[in-house]
Design a protein. Structure first.
Length: 294
């Protein structure tokens, strides 16, 4: 980005100077357009969520709480047994080409869903690493191939997340692992993070709107989603109505996010007063008009 000569001569540019330069550059690019929307209008966009936790803790089951008929579950983790008692639409890609085709179908509207659950990122990354290893006839994966896999993961997590512009909310799952994180020059903290490559684990958390660690409450024995990170684990939410601890009912969670009241709480229609002369019952085999009813 070029700075105006006058700005440089007068010293360091101000934030306003920099913004002016940015917009001058954008105005000169006919293919680039700047659009401004109200924050309230973003509410209808999809919201991305990453749930991670130990194996068997209930991440796939949490995905099954999404609305039936409106949800597509991409089963990379072979978790279909957990979902066998539901009526959810499930697809199991056999190749990366299949996976890419599913994404394209969601992007172009061929596949019409409001929610997509990708179960899981951990298994997807491992599968991509194995494909690269076998393709090159190697016994072990090189650092270069690890890097290439991370780049591909980064690309597709972004692509699926960006389906939010079409009103699609994407839920990712992952196993968890401990990671040493540099908190300061003199302190290192070991935290639970999604089980992904070390370079991508924290970045994946930054790409989505919400990150929740699933745990079992030792007192109640109930599963919980924890959205407030701390010294022990990574978590976050960019959505104000999401509490620090939530039950793993994703339909209820997304209802609150989008401001949709359950049917029981929805305002009831006002009852109309009865007509002066009630309609006569219709006899079997006859139309209402044939029975003296208007």
């Amino acid at each position: 980005m070029k700075l105006a000569t006058g700005d440089v001569e007068q010293g360091f540019p101000t934030a306003l100077d920099v913004l002016k330069d940015i917009f001058r550059e954008l105005e000169g690019d006919e293919g680039m357009a700047v659009s401004v929307v109200k924050a309230s209008e973003l509410r209808s966009d999809g919201k991305s969520l990453l749930i991670y936790g130990d194996s068997g803790i209930g991440k796939t089951h949490a995905c099954s709480t999404l609305p039936v008929g409106m949800t597509l579950i991409i089963d990379i983790d072979s978790g279909s047994e957990t979902l066998s008692g539901t009526e959810h639409h499930i697809v199991r890609p056999e190749t990366f080409g299949d996976f890419r085709e599913i994404y394209e179908g969601l992007r172009d509207g061929t596949l019409k869903y409001r929610f997509v659950a990708l179960d899981s990122l951990t298994e997807l990354e491992k599968s991509l690493q194995m494909v690269r290893k076998h393709a090159k006839g190697k016994e072990f994966i090189s650092m270069k191939e690890y890097g290439e896999t991370s780049e591909l993961m980064r690309e597709y997590v972004r692509k699926f997340r960006d389906l939010r512009a079409q009103g699609i909310s994407v839920i990712f799952t992952a196993l968890e692992m401990p990671m040493d994180i540099q908190a300061s020059e003199s302190e290192t903290q070991t935290k639970a993070v999604p089980m992904l490559s070390k370079k991508f684990a924290l970045e994946a958390c930054g790409l989505v709107d919400m990150v929740a660690r699933m745990v079992i409450n030792p007192n109640s024995g109930e599963r919980e989603l924890h959205f407030a990170g701390g010294r022990e684990f990574v978590a976050k939410t960019r959505v104000h109505c999401v509490r620090a601890v939530e039950p793993p009912d994703l339909t209820d969670l997304y209802r609150r996010i989008f401001g949709i009241k359950p049917a029981a709480e929805a305002p009831q229609e006002e009852k109309q007063p009865p007509a002066a002369e009630p309609a006569k019952p219709v006899k079997p085999g006859r139309k209402a008009s044939e029975n003296g009813n208007a």
